[in-house]
Design a protein around this ligand. Sequence first.
Ligand code: ADP
Ligand code: MG
Length: 294
Amino acid sequence: MDLPGFRRLKPVIHPRTVDRHLLIFRLAKRAYNALIIMKVTIAVINQKGGVGKTTTTVNLAAGLARAGYSTLLVDLDPQAHATVGVGIDPDALDGQTIADILLTENRHVSEIITDTYLSNLKIAPSSILMAKADAHLQSQHFREQRLSYALEAIPDFDYILIDCQPTLGVLPVNAMVAANYFLVPTQPSGYALRGLGDLLETLHSVKRRDTPWDYRILLTMVMGQARVTNEKVREILESLHDKVLQSVIRRNEKLNRAQSDDEPRDVFAYDKSSPGAKDYEQLTQEVSHLWPRT
Ligand SMILES: Nc1ncnc2c1ncn2[C@@H]1O[C@H](COP(=O)(O)OP(=O)(O)O)[C@@H](O)[C@H]1O
Ligand SMILES: [Mg+2]
């Protein structure tokens, strides 16, 4: 009943209620994970831009698909470079992007899964609308769990790869909640490695109670034969040595050209014998052995 002279009070959700909801969600997710075998979901993540995240997501996804694994690429970056990278025009997607799914509660990624030029590779495409989804999610309850929920009940994929934007904001945190494995591309330079600590700390705090999960660092844009030249870099990597992949991605212009072509393609289609194709082939093998499909 409205009393005259009294301002109608907005319903307030008590912080304790939110905590309880979060706890229930976590317990339910743990039980769910224990009951079903979790899909291999790999987020390609680094809050730095230009380190090779999208190049890695597109070429690893293509490598896995070409090796016979059914693969879903989820493009979680408003810049939609991975979407363009598999030859899809983000402006031509009307209401059929991952942003449309994240903007509304209770929607599933299966509604917007799109075919690509490889029969084994599907994509949940992004568009500029993702920036709106990012802003919208800031004020939502369970904002970190939206992607995780949207990825439940999707058709069977051997691998799900998520390309993240270069921040540690709400969208990459959604990827952290949804994924069980993390690939961190980084250049072997002091500048590029700075910030790795922040990323790993955030990852550990988000994944604290989830099991199992793991991560690996992938050295990208490596120059020449010298894997690591700088003493400081070697020191940082030494302390993480069991978390650095054997495969490294050399700097190779073909990787750049394959993506900036009129008709973007993975490096295997662009030039099968290039160093870029060889490196991503090796990465595909290492990842599929390290994190085998369930
Ligand atoms: N190994 C490489 N050799 C040469 N160019 C690369 C390599 N990896 C990525 N690039 C290029 O560097 C730029 C940034 O890579 P990108 O994958 O988009 O980084 P991110 O997604 O982390 O921002 C792109 O133009 C890409 O084509
Ligand atoms: Mg990118």
